[in-house]
Design a protein around this ligand. Sequence first.
Ligand SMILES: C=CC1=C(C)c2cc3[nH]c(cc4nc(cc5[nH]c(cc1n2)c(C)c5CCC(=O)O)C(CCC(=O)O)=C4C)c(C)c3C=C
Ligand SMILES: [Fe+2]
Ligand SMILES: [Fe+2]
Length: 339
Amino acid sequence: MKKRGILLMNLGSPDSTSVKDVRKYLNEFLMDERVIDVPYLLRVLLVKGIIVTFRAPKSAKAYASIWTDEGSPLIVLTKQLQAALQEQVEEPVEICMRYGTPSPKAAYDKLMKEHPGLEEVILVPMYPHYAMSSYETAVEYAKLQHKEGNYPFKLDIVPPYYEEPNYLHALAESIRPYLEQEFDHILFSYHGVPERHIFKGDCTGTHCLKVANCCEVASPAHAQCYRHQCWVTTKKVTEILGLPEGKWSMSFQSRLGRDEWLKPYTAKRFEEMPGEGIKKLVVACPAFISDCLETLEEIAEEGKEEFLHAGGEEFVMIPCLNVHPEWVRTLKTYVKSEK
Ligand SMILES: C=CC1=C(C)c2cc3[nH]c(cc4nc(cc5[nH]c(cc1n2)c(C)c5CCC(=O)O)C(CCC(=O)O)=C4C)c(C)c3C=C
Ligand SMILES: [Fe+2]
Ligand SMILES: [Fe+2]
């Protein structure tokens, strides 16, 4: 048996809710060329000159509304997942973040120091779906720091698991209890991306957002199509849960800037749904493994307010997989499959 370690990689959060720390975090995040994909000088101008200046105070306030005594929910929940998985496996489990701390390098160094002779590290990105701005940037960063550090162990990366049966089962089981009460509709709200990112990722150049019902028509583009992968997760989970057509739908949240992003926009749907007779709404956010600013503040606080203001009556938010026992069991299957 190879001497192996496990590394859970999430997005990262600011160090605190101070505007200074949020500014630092947003600068690192948005200067990532896979997130804001414009030429460097334009990106500097846009990010440092405009977006961060205006966004940092607003984001700091939003973070303050979800921050816990232990810190950012995303970091706290990733640490809890680390502890839960560590109880189940012999291999050492560490965590790292794409932005902020701990970096992949810090995690590699810790693993090396505490477990000399390590031969392989299994990297599990906390993103079920492939997107240039999430899975791809995290994996490329982890690979870069692995190469730069000349570490003696091999890096083994878990592929996007959006349609992997154990993941789908865990997701369905995390949702099921929330469907026992009476509800009109369940909305699957995914983090959005600019449509441009979808075009860029289309290896055929002719399929994504160009062919009618593109996500449902087989194409090699789907290996890197975030929209397709979100659609597959939703379709399969609704099948497992036995949800009939019309009882569920999909939308995309967290739009930033004026570009066209994937539609329909979640915020718009919250305003429209009560007028369509949807008064009791349940919301799941499967693009996120750990609850974070985008689920706890944007959806559970702001989204709820928007929906109720538009005439909705009940708004139920389903927690992310976080440390759900079926999710921990799923992770165990990913790291146990010897190659
Ligand atoms: C162009 C901007 C952004 C793209 C594209 C984007 C894609 C993307 N993001 C996630 C997951 C998360 N994003 C989070 C926060 C967040 N996202 C953006 C911008 C883009 N994301 C910003 C500016 C922020 C920071 C907060 C804010 O000011 O709104 C988070 C939460 C982090 C936390 O600390 O809680 C997550 C998680 C995915 C999965 C994704 C593409 C699919
Ligand atoms: Fe984001
Ligand atoms: Fe597509």
